[in-house]
Design a protein around this ligand. Structure first.
Ligand code: SAM
Length: 368
């Protein structure tokens, strides 16, 4: 097997969406015209959405090449199709012609992306929406919730309500023993312990003593306190699809399509780890860093390496956002006076973060 094919078979496409709230990203990053952004690619939605704020360049990085291929595919489709055809190709409107549509994108794709997608006929035929490995898990979790809570209760959650009525709906109708049990099933401590996640070793910012308790509290905030209208993450988690054409990420809105399309060449895609990539960049060349929750996948030492690279490449007053899902990571002590957490803003962002699954969503700025 040649090296390229080997790479294609090792990596799997995990995310076809970003499961991180772009509203939180923008609140932390305050992207300005002409800014240079470094972002983790993942499903590519948030990188595409950042173009709305008129940055000069977005360096979009992912260690998993299939995530880069997906972003290439989305970009090629936006460049080639009008909005309605793009929606069709994505899988948002029914079609049996996606394989033919894909053929039209080949001139705009790298050979590596073509080699990958030529072996992904299911994804191409169905459209890329909700078609990564993580989305497969989400669909199963959504079915489990539908089964335990009942269809009527789930659909009732999405009916228009005042904030007060949303709270009452959660307290009186949604917050059942079965709802609690979902977290015990999904975050079973024996299964987590086998993966080295023993709650005794963790500090939960919300005072919880277990992952299931902490994730229950995260979900409660989203179901009870954050407006459900407009929260496309909730409809993807519970219904496996968007509710309508309006409650979608920026790049899937018709009114944004032409503007994003006209700026697609500002995205530079890299298949690389963020730590190494940052080291290779000139000093003081980046204004915004959207680091996802990659620090959880690194050792403390690598995290320190990443943040020293952030400091080196950051322009004066640059901004950073990063998240933790399960493993607590923080800016290393020795850099805390240079990469300074905005505690109040972080609290506000966290409280209203629609993607809700994270234990931390925090905003920082660089002092130089
Ligand atoms: C950390 S995961 C989390 C997914 C994310 N929360 C979301 O909603 O999109 C996001 C992406 O980071 C990539 N990744 C992980 N570690 C990385 C690293 N050190 N450098 C660059 N990309 C990395 C993964 O391949 C994945 O596609």
């Amino acid at each position: 097997m040649d090296k390229k094919k080997e790479q294609v078979s090792i990596f799997k496409l995990v995310f076809t969406h970003n499961w991180e709230d772009p509203v939180s990203d923008h609140a932390a990053l305050k992207i300005k015209p002409n800014d240079a952004i470094m972002a983790i690619t993942s499903g590519g939605c948030n990188v595409l959405g950042f173009l709305m704020f008129d940055p000069k360049v977005i360096y979009s990085l992912d260690i998993n090449p299939t995530q880069s291929y997906l972003l290439e595919l989305k970009i090629a489709a936006m460049k080639t199709f009008d909005f309605n055809d793009f929606k069709t190709f994505a899988g948002l409107t029914p079609s049996t012609g996606r394989a033919e549509m894909y053929e039209k994108l080949l001139p705009l794709l790298s050979q590596e992306a073509i080699d990958y997608f030529n072996n992904q006929s299911k994804l191409i035929k169905e459209g890329f929406i909700m078609n990564g490995q993580y989305e497969g898990f989400i669909k199963i979790a959504g079915k489990l919730i539908m089964l335990l809570q009942g269809r009527k209760r789930v659909l009732g959650l999405f009916e228009d309500k005042s904030q007060k009525d949303q709270e009452a709906y959660f307290d009186k109708i949604w917050d059942t023993r079965r709802f609690h049990s979902i977290f015990k099933i999904l975050f079973n401590k024996h299964i987590l312990a086998r993966r080295g996640l023993v709650a005794d070793y963790f500090h939960f910012d919300d005072g919880s003593t277990s992952f299931s308790e902490s994730f229950y509290k995260r979900a409660k905030n989203a179901f009870r306190n954050i407006p459900i209208k407009g929260n496309y993450f909730l409809s993807l988690y519970l219904l496996g699809k968007f509710q309508n054409d309006e409650e979608v990420p920026a790049y899937l809105k018709e009114e944004n399509y032409q503007l994003i399309k006209s700026r697609l060449n500002r995205i530079k895609i890299y298949n690389q780890d963020a730590q190494g990539w940052i080291d290779s960049m000139p000093d003081e060349s980046i204004d915004c860093f959207a680091l996802s929750n990659i620090c959880e996948l690194m050792s403390e030492k690598e995290t320190a390496w990443l943040f020293s690279g952030v400091l080196k490449t950051a322009r004066k007053n640059a901004r950073v956002i990063f998240r933790n899902l399960m493993i607590p990571r923080e800016v290393p002590d020795e850099l805390k006076n240079d990469i300074v957490k905005d505690t109040l803003l972080s609290k506000q962002i966290y409280a209203s973060d629609r993607s809700f699954v994270y234990g931390k969503v925090a905003a920082y700025s660089i002092r130089k």
